[in-house]
Ligand binder design. Structure first.
Ligand code: FMN
Length: 197
């Protein structure tokens, strides 16, 4: 896979868009290493390194679908209808790589507010999404598939006493052509402060 829409780094940032429907190939092992290494450059107050990632690929994706969907059904979530289960299974079966995301809870930390650690983890994910795009792949952050069902994160080795589970990054090759995303004008979100009112 070659980078296609990333003529300059800034162009890469402004052309990234989420791609939900993916297929193989996934990033090659050396590309996945680059993608995950990019996460390590996230801003991080106190150098707590709160981000954790669990790579799920190959046959493990089917096992994840089984574990997560059974847990969601056990939890009694009425949204998990047979039709929904079928569509989630179909979606997951097409995705060649998932990266589960978690924030490690720093029990002994009294200095850095918890929300700053969450933000650092989000920044690490942003680096993953951008690096994935820069390498010519697609990615999608999802908090479906049992993200908020405790049994699921426990099954992934992310004990809920020690980790806040933040969902999955689906990564692969876009299953179909992806048109550019329409983005808002930054002026609608920015003001300039020139002194006290
Ligand atoms: C933490 C987080 C969780 C998300 N979970 C879902 C999800 O479960 N389902 C969904 O359709 N979109 C979800 N999204 C939104 C998509 O990942 C994506 O950002 C959105 O479709 C907009 O696309 P864009 O990134 O190209 O702007 C989530 C986004 C974030 C930041």
């Amino acid at each position: 896979m070659t980078a296609t829409s990333t003529a300059t780094p800034l162009h890469a940032l402004t052309t990234r868009r989420s791609v939900k429907f993916l297929r193989g190939p996934a990033p090659k092992p050396d590309e996945l290493e680059q993608i995950l290494q990019a996460a390590m450059s996230a801003p991080d107050h106190g150098a707590l390194r709160p981000w954790r990632f669990v790579v799920i690929q190959g046959e493990a994706i089917g096992k994840l679908a089984d574990v997560a969907l059974e847990a969601v059904k056990r939890s009694g979530d009425p949204r998990m209808t047979p039709e929904k289960e079928k569509s989630v299974r179909e979606w997951m079966a097409g995705v060649p790589l998932f990266v589960a995301v978690a924030q490690k809870i720093a029990h002994d930390n009294t200095k850095i507010p918890e929300h700053e650690q969450l933000l650092a983890t989000g920044c690490a994910v942003m680096n993953i999404l951008n690096a994935t795009h820069m390498l010519g792949y697609g990615a999608f952050w999802s908090t479906g598939v049992g993200t908020y069902v405790e049994d699921v994160q426990n099954a992934l080795g992310l004990d809920s006493l020690d980790y806040r589970f933040l969902g999955y990054l689906a990564i692969g090759t876009p299953a179909c052509a992806v048109p550019p995303a329409k983005r808002p004008d930054f002026r609608d979100f920015v003001t300039e402060w020139t002194g006290p009112v």
